[in-house]
Design a protein around this ligand. Structure first.
Ligand code: PLP
Length: 394
């Protein structure tokens, strides 16, 4: 059975054209792009082409693109580079709702003696901008704020934040792993200094990403090695995946309108129908300022994991907002930062769609999920009687 795949913020399918484009570089054209001979040189030209395609999607110059292995590497590189090039500064500003690629690095940097400020969010998942403005100090080396949140899809005002940072002489990095390909990004008219993206979130394979570094930004490489990427990232290039990333970026630019019309229509249909059919559920995150493909819904008094297991029986793939931490089920750090009540946070499901979803698939989910929730609630130890929440005593 083909799955109904609604977990595209976790990873996406490789676009068929992208797969076709990379195969010759695994089979026939396996040369090293740094080699002097023609066999390697032709591969080098393709890598240059891919760099132009990636740059094109975010309106950057090709030489501002450094290929990496993933979004996590891009995030780590950007932040470590800012600290290495500003050795006198010991402060980092980020948010409470970043991906672990930034949050865990922040925790590590705190252990190394840096001061890390995490900007809080409100109940809608929006950043407290007053706190942000106050957090910038002469000691701040870098601000790292995600463009869009992977769990709720909420979009942050990174352009405005970057302009504020620039006015204070502070570098600004954005983790745009979830935003690139879904919403327009224009680095030529931006104050952002560095931006991370990841191939497997936009229909390229896993294991390839890129870091945009604005021309003129002081930079220190993370991977020290050969002269690849003009000495900015050691390691022989992952040529087939780089070629795949290039084409995926070109296709994403072509399909961006579809993402913001068709995909958004499917997402809204799913969300509105579930809100109508299922009592005691709600959408997490600012509904007006969100990625077009993401919906995070809490179903009160049910465990997210139980919902996922039941959905799995129908080959419906989504993800829950909880993470199993040291044996206890903790609601996600994003929902906790938003102050989502415990009984809601535990029953949260993230649906993330792509251009490959069909309306029929969405209709199947709309027909299936309400019954699953009803059944699970019948088993729940807590349920409402009138307006009160009661423990069920058997
Ligand atoms: N940043 C965000 C917002 C993400 O959603 C992810 C992946 O889920 C990453 C970074 C990490 O990207 P990668 O899996 O390519 O390392």
């Amino acid at each position: 059975m083909n799955p109904i795949y609604l977990d595209n913020n976790a990873t996406t399918r490789v676009a068929p054209e992208v797969l076709e484009a990379m195969l010759p570089y695994l089979r026939e054209f396996y040369g090293n792009p740094s080699s002097m001979h023609t066999f390697g040189g032709q591969v080098g030209r393709k890598v240059r082409g891919a760099r132009e395609q990636v740059a094109g999607l975010i309106n950057a110059a090709p030489e501002e693109i450094i290929f990496t292995s993933c979004g996590t590497e891009s995030d780590n590189t950007a932040i470590r580079s800012a600290l290495a090039t500003n050795p006198g500064k010991r402060h980092i500003v980020t948010t409470r709702v970043e991906h672990p690629a930034v949050l865990s690095l922040g925790a590590r940097l705190a252990q190394e003696g840096y001061r890390v400020t995490e900007i809080p969010v409100d109940a809608e998942g929006c950043l407290n901008m007053a706190r942000y403005a106050k957090s910038l100090t002469p000691d701040t080396a870098i601000v790292s704020v995600m463009w869009a949140n992977n769990e709720t899809g909420v979009i942050f005002p990174v352009e405005e934040m970057a302009a504020q940072a620039r006015n204070r002489g502070i570098l600004f990095h954005t983790d745009a792993v979830q935003a690139v390909g879904k919403i327009p990004i224009d680095m030529k008219n931006s104050s952002i200094d560095m931006l991370s993206l990841s191939g497997h979130k936009l229909h390229a394979p896993k294991g390839v990403g890129a870091l945009y570094v604005r021309k003129g930004t002081r930079y220190s490489p993370f991977l020290i090695g050969g002269h690849q990427e003009k000495g900015r990232r050691g390691g022989t290039e992952n040529v087939p995946s780089i070629i795949a990333l290039g084409l995926a970026c070109e296709l994403a630019a072509q399909k961006m309108t579809r993402e913001n019309t068709y995909v958004k229509f499917l997402r809204d249909k799913l969300e509105d129908s579930l809100l109508e059919k299922v009592p005691r559920c709600r959408v997490n995150g600012d509904r007006t300022n969100r990625l077009p493909n993401t919906s995070n819904i809490s179903f009160e008094f049910v465990e997210g994991e139980a919902i996922l297991l039941r959905l799995d029986e129908y080959a419906i793939c989504a993800s829950s907002g909880s993470a199993c931490t040291s044996g206890s089920l903790q609601p996600s750090h994003v929902l906790r930062a938003m102050g989502v009540p415990f009984t809601m946070a535990h029953g949260s499901i993230r649906f993330s769609l792509s251009i490959y979803n069909t309306e029929q698939e969405i209709d199947t989910v709309i027909d299936t999920l309400p019954g699953i929730i009803e059944n699970l609630r019948a088993l729940s130890p807590y349920w409402e009687v009138g307006d009160a929440i009661c423990a069920r005593v058997e």
